[in-house]
Ligand binder design. Structure first.
Ligand SMILES: C[S@@+](CC[C@H](N)C(=O)[O-])C[C@H]1O[C@@H](n2cnc3c(N)ncnc32)[C@H](O)[C@@H]1O
Length: 318
């Protein structure tokens, strides 16, 4: 084999290895965050009420969840339908599909939920198939969300609904004892969003743009709600061990990501020195809380994020 050919083969192998490890990281992260998320939902029953009433799932419906990952939202939809619907999860990551099938079997939901490998830009499903086509935190990861919403509309029946659950504005971090760090945290997050937009053409806070995108995709009768999540480590309704488990998870995730995310923050206009100051500050704050239960139970820091839930109907007549 020539030297050029060997180099080409090596590059191809390296890229494939990187892509597999990226996919596996995503699946690992999604699976690890599941327990925490379910616990959060259970402690806030009104969130379930919101989805129940907003989605209004009826027996016998066909539902598709696009960009389903390992199937958490897919199975959530199955539970909302009380096992009376046919639900299909679609994802372009084979690792996710494998994890989705295994986790669904474990949850005894395989008679209701199935999975298919496929691209949101070319969903492998016939026109006018679903009563309800959903996605959760998919469009924020795509460089052409309109194309995906058009595809979601295509596979939806006339008079059926397309629903997207995506991050939007309302992210807050505020520590009254460290206003400088609170400001820095806002700056980092804003710069990171700008950087992701600049380097990858993706809109992480796409929530407020959804009605416009839906309209452009030909959907009508838009409805919207917000699921605002708030975290306060000192809230006594949460057992201390649960709070600590959550903080450990976020810290580990942050450490895994912080150097990889630096390029976005810097591309978004913040200096390397500021990013280092933030990374150091975040790690030291969380490690400090984890090392001192009393401090943790008195910590007044509030952080929030928001999921926008937007629904549009495919017109009965085209
Ligand atoms: C943040 S995860 C959300 C997973 C799931 N919807 C949930 O809420 O738990 C985003 C998912 O979108 C999938 N994805 C990204 N681009 C896609 C595409 N073009 N077609 C299909 N799925 C895609 C990823 O593989 C990943 O599983």
């Amino acid at each position: 084999m020539s030297a050029t050919r060997t180099a080409q083969v090596q590059t191809k192998r390296r890229k494939r290895k990187e892509s597999i490890s990226k996919s596996a990281f995503r699946v690992k992260y999604l699976r690890r965050s599941r327990k925490l998320w379910n616990r959060y939902l259970n402690s806030r029953p009104w969130v379930n009420q919101l989805y129940e009433s907003f989605l209004g799932i009826r027996p016998g419906q066909k539902i598709v969840d696009v960009g389903c990952g390992p199937g958490d939202f897919t199975r959530y939809l199955a539970r909302l339908s009380e096992g009376n619907s046919k639900i299909l999860g679609v994802d372009s990551n084979p690792e996710s599909i494998k994890a989705g099938i295994a986790d669904t079997k474990r949850a005894h939901l395989s008679h209701v939920v199935s999975y298919k490998l496929g691209d949101a830009y070319k969903i492998p499903i016939d026109d006018d198939y679903a009563d309800l086509t959903c996605c959760r935190t998919l469009l924020m990861h795509l460089d052409d969300p309109l194309k995906a919403v058009r595809e979601m509309a295509r596979i939806t029946k006339l008079g059926g609904h397309v629903v997207a659950v995506e991050q939007g504005k309302m992210g807050i971090y505020y520590d009254p004892n460290d206003k400088r760090f609170s400001r820095l945290s806002d700056q980092v997050w804003e710069a990171q969003l700008r950087g992701i937009r600049k380097l990858e053409g993706k809109e992480f806070r796409i929530g407020e743009k959804l009605p416009g995108i839906f309209q452009e995709a030909g959907l009508v009768d838009m409805k919207a709600e917000i699921q605002n999540n708030l975290y306060l480590a000192s809230d006594p309704r949460q057992p201390l061990n649960d709070v600590k488990e959550e903080l450990r998870f976020y810290l580990a995730f942050f450490k895994e990501r912080m150097e990889k995310d630096r390029k976005y923050v810097v591309a978004g206009g913040l200096s390397n020195a500021k990013v280092s100051e933030y990374n150091k500050g975040y790690v030291s704050k969380i490690e400090g809380l984890l090392a001192d239960d009393q401090k943790l139970r008195r910590d007044p820091t509030i952080s929030t994020d928001a999921l926008y839930i937007v629904s549009g109907m495919k017109p009965r007549q085209t």
